[in-house]
Design a protein around this ligand. Structure first.
Ligand code: GCV
Length: 691
């Protein structure tokens, strides 16, 4: 089948330095790998590919311990192979969490041996990628004592891809890679995508959009509007799903589906989708049983209900717990889970308070196999938001955190904006859940069935992500889900080293560009004081959110002639009161509210003085200018790498930076002009907007 060409991303496996090669070769040229599960096939294939690239020589793969060599690698389950069972603590290995692995340097019968073992097949895959990463980043492997377990039980990418139509909602990297028309024929690209995901520990993929009603073609004609996401539950499509699952399964990744809450009506021909109706319950149960007959390791459902036009339990006057539980019950007896999104609006005027209103009072009412999936902030993936109050409000529920890898509001695949530092800030945020220190990452880690979901970023584009530098968001997402204690810098360096090779100046420059990019993005998109949602929406609403248009949604920034910001304190919209103490107090008072969120929580006079004596309006001007200036600087730093980065990728990223720099100025000038027109207060530094 015809395949477009595409990048290897961080799995380039470029040849390691001459000086290091002999040491690695000695340890890794001979590999004794167990057989059996499909994942072991993936392990062997990756070793061949990776070591050939890195060391210039394919490894010899053995079915028994190689006797005539000094040193070898052994990969398998604890009791399967003597070099492993006789050198490591078998119980320790079996007790590792699903996906965890050990890599140790041992001596066995006079030979040096690097053993890699795990309690699950996917653990062996992750361990193999880990070992290859050590080599690719030039780390020593002579005396390994690695013990890794994923911090989050579920690590899932949610694609907003519209099946058959192959468009991607909020996707900026070309068409969907998933070709439902041709499935069950599988594409090479599925394997490579699975490799990328598994290499950073991702274990689940939802291949279709949560908006399941988007028809296959933009048409009013019902006859051809019959192939939308909700139809993937139909038997003929489940067979296609199994073909996809069979590829991802090799890498320990499970496939899920976004489903439509009205499926019993649309697909099953019932008259209702009321969750308390016995016929509806039975329909979901039968459907789930049918799925498992076809896809034995099916992961579960993702549901967007009662949100932005999607059907849901409110249609029948039922709560979200009642709505989700009928699906949860259908999964009883199967190893699957329902991911129920909390992205739900309510009647309240302020969108920020709405999800909490819909969900906090039903904490503890969800079935064991339902996870409530909460967006990181209360609005919608803005460059910076306060953390959703729901993370501190549902201790009795399995929670999932939903992050966005794609850049709907952060430059849409054009702007270089690393989300990794933003995610770190989110995961480290202290919710004060039980009146004690409880960061979001602790809240997540404490309950069974928890996890992190990320809205996907890849498409048919050669770079996968629309911009080579944004591959780092996919990489960083996986790495942080696995280990939220890694620093943004460690993750970004690791990625840059594997993606751009060992030239230290390139690695350092790329790392610094990415680490500085998020703050720049906040500054020129928002002014850095907690404003947000000032983008253009327009006619083609679903495809926009790129250009600045602060006049479109005045309720989000609250600018008047007197002041700016939205009163979300306890006496305002009440959002601050949804936090646990002492956060409510902290945000309620403009004196203690962190400056970066000040105007999210407070409506203040334009000339309100900040701690250093600068006024609000002046700080907005300054930050907007600083953001755009930083983008110019990031672009310059990238241009300096000409000749050190291959021409193809250098040209591609340069073109993105050219547009990024223009667009950052457009945001700066539009917002400065708008704030000036509203406030009448000129920039004391005399900078005049050009637009
Ligand atoms: C998938 C925002 C986005 C929509 C998205 C929605 C959601 O409204 O703009 O494109 O729909 O969030 O998360 O469900």
């Amino acid at each position: 089948m015809f395949e477009t060409t595409y990048d290897d991303c961080w799995l380039r496996y470029d040849r390691v330095d001459d000086a290091l090669r002999p040491g690695y070769r000695r340890r890794l040229t001979h590999a004794y790998v167990s057989e059996g599960a499909p994942e072991l096939g993936a392990v062997r294939a990756e070793l061949r590919r990776g070591l050939e690239g890195l060391l210039g020589r394919e490894p010899h793969l053995w079915q028994h311990p190689p006797r005539s060599v000094d040193s070898f690698l052994a990969i398998g389950h604890p009791e399967e192979m003597r070099p492993i069972s006789e050198t490591i603590d078998v119980d320790e290995a079996w007790n590792l969490a699903d996906g965890g692995f050990l890599i140790r340097t041992v001596e066995w019968e006079g030979q040096e041996c690097t053993v890699l073992t795990a309690s699950s097949d996917r653990g062996l895959v992750y361990g193999t990628f880990h070992l290859l990463r050590l080599v690719a980043t030039g780390e020593p492997i002579d005396d390994l004592d690695v013990r890794e377990e994923p911090a989050n039980e579920n690590r899932i990418v949610n694609h907003w891809d519209n099946p058959f139509r192959r468009s991607v909602e909020r996707g900026y990297a070309g068409q969907s890679i998933f070709d439902w028309e041709r499935l069950p024929d599988v594409r090479e690209r599925y394997f490579d995508y699975a490799r990328l995901l598994a290499s950073v520990g991702i274990d689940g993929v939802v291949p279709n959009n949560v908006n399941t009603g988007i028809p296959s073609r933009p048409t009013e004609n019902d006859a051809v509007a019959d192939r939308a996401g909700w139809q993937l539950l139909a038997r003929e499509n489940l067979e296609k799903l199994e073909a996809l699952a069979s590829v991802f399964r090799r890498y320990g990744i499970r496939i899920y589906l976004s489903v439509n809450y009205a499926a019993p009506i649309r697909l099953g021909g019932l008259e209702t989708a009321d969750p308390l109706d016995p016929g509806v319950r039975q329909w979901w149960k039968d459907k789930v049983d049918e799925i498992y007959e076809i896809v034995p390791d099916f992961g579960g459902f993702l549901v967007k209900a009662d949100s932005e036009g999607q059907p849901g339990p409110y249609d029948y006057d039922r709560s979200h717990a009642e709505g989700a539980n009928v699906l949860g019950e259908a999964f009883e007896g199967h190893d699957g889970r329902v991911w129920w999104r909390a992205f739900v609006y309510s009647e309240h005027d302020d969108r920020a308070v709405q999800a909490y209103e819909a969900f906090s009072h039903i904490d503890g009412e969800f079935h064991d196999n339902v996870t409530v999936q909460i967006k990181n902030g209360p609005i919608d993936f803005q460059p910076r938001e306060p953390i959703s109050t729901l993370f501190g409000a549902m201790p009795e529920t399995s929670l999932g955190c939903e992050l966005q890898l794609t850049g709907e509001y952060t430059g849409q695949g054009v702007h270089t904006a690393s989300h990794v530092p933003m995610w770190k800030e989110i995961l480290e945020f202290d919710t004060h859940g039980d009146g004690e220190e409880r960061t979001v990452k602790d809240v997540l880690a404490d309950v069974e069935g928890q996890g992190i979901a990320g809205v996907g970023v890849v498409g048919e584009d050669e770079s996968w992500t629309g911009n080579h530098l944004l591959q780092s968001n996919l990489y960083g997402f996986g790495r942080l889900c696995w280990d939220p204690d890694l620093s943004s810098e460690e993750i970004t360096r690791e990625w840059a080293r594997q993606t751009f090779g060992g030239d230290e100046q390139v690695v350092e420059t790329v790392t610094d560009i990415l680490l500085d990019s998020w703050h720049a993005c906040i500054d020129y998109h928002t002014g850095g004081l907690g404003l947000m949602h000032m983008m253009y929406n327009g006619e083609e609403a679903l495809e926009n959110h790129y250009d600045p248009a602060p006049w479109e949604w005045p309720e989000y920034h609250g600018a008047t002639a007197e002041g700016i910001g939205v009163d979300r304190t306890s006496s305002g919209s009440g959002y601050a009161a949804q936090y646990r103490d002492p956060l409510t107090e902290l945000y309620d008072d403009p004196e203690s509210c962190p400056e970066e969120l000040l105007l999210f929580f407070h409506h203040l006079p334009w000339e309100y003085e900040l701690t250093d004596g600068t006024t609000v309006i002046q700080r907005l001007y300054d930050n907007l200018h600083a953001g755009a200036a930083t983008v110019d600087d990031l672009r310059e730093r990238w241009l300096d790498l000409e000749g050190s980065v291959d021409e193809r990728r250098h040209r591609h990223v340069t073109a993105r930076f050219d547009e990024h720099a223009l667009q950052a100025k457009r945001w700066r000038d539009t917002l400065c002009t708008y704030f000036y027109e509203k406030s009448g207060v000129p920039d004391e530094r005399g900078r005049v907007p050009t637009e």
